[in-house]
Design a protein around this ligand. Sequence first.
Ligand code: MG
Length: 313
Amino acid sequence: MAESGRVDIVEVGPRDGLQSEPGVLPTAVKVEFIERAIAAGARRVEVTSFVNPKRVPQMADAEAVLAALPRRPDVWYVGLVLNRRGFERAAAAGCNEIGMAVVASDTFNRRNQGVSTDESIAAWLDIAPAAQQAGIRPQVTISAAFGCPFEGEVPMARVVEIARRVAEIAPFEIALADTIGVGVPAQVTELVGRVREAVPGIPLRCHFHNTRNTGLANAFAAVLAGVRTLDASLGGIGGCPFAPAATGNIPTEDLVYLLERSGYDTGISLERAIETGRWLQEQLGRPVPGMLVKAGDFPRPADPTNRPPQVSA
Ligand code: MG
C-alpha cells in the first residue's frame, strides 16, 4: 500500500514543555534534551524563548542554550519572541527561525505579553521583514485560536481576520494554537478550512494541548484537513504559565506512533523518542504524561500486506 505522505513535527518540548516546569533545568540538561531530539530525527526545534526572564525564569538562559547547540545545516533552531527586543536577542543568539505569538483574544494577549492583540500584530508586521532581511525565517502563531481561558469562545471570524492581517508580510507559515486545550476535531476541520481559504498558499501548522484529552484527535483532524506540520513535545510535557490549568502539549512519541501506523512518514525514530521521554522523566523526577513512554511501541509489521489500513493522502 502506498505511503500517504509526510507530516513534519516541530519539537516544542525545550520551550513550551520546560517553561511550565516548577524548577529550572540546568542549561546543560536543556542542551542534551535538544541534542536527543535531533538524534531522534527532529529537524525543527523550538529551543527557547526570548522573553522577560523575570516573568519566565525557566527561559532566562536562552542565549547560553543557543551558544551551546551544535550548528547543522539541516536543523532549524526556533526562538519564540513576543516583541522587537525579543527578536533582536534571538537574532544575536543565532536562531535561524523565529516564532512570534499573537493571541486571538485581547485579554489573554495582555496577560501573556502585556499588550493588546493589535499591538502584537503591529509588532509582527515590524519584526517579520527585519527577520527576512537578517536571513531568519519568520513564522507566526495565532494563540488561543480555539478558546480563551478569560474570554471563553473565540469567534472563528476573529482568528481568520488575524490570519489575514499577519499574512500581509508573507510568513513562511501560520500556526493555529489551541493553547489551553479546549478544541475538538470538528472545530479543527472548520477553522483550518476557513483560515486556508483566507490565506491561500501559506502553509498552516497546528499546535495542540492535551488538557481535555482531545489533543491527538485534534492533531489527526488537522492532518486529514491537509495540515502537514504539527507541534508536539517529547513526553507530552508543557503548558502555559499564564493560562490557568493548561497542561501538556501532545506527546511527540504518541503522535509519531499514531501517524506512522496510519501510513504517514514523520522522520522521527519512535524508539529514540520513547527513550528520550524516559530520560526526561529521570531529569524531571516524575512521570511524564505521554502514553508510549509507559506502553512502548507496537511496531508496524515488515510485511506490507499485513499492515493496518493506511489513510490515503
Ligand atoms: Mg503551547
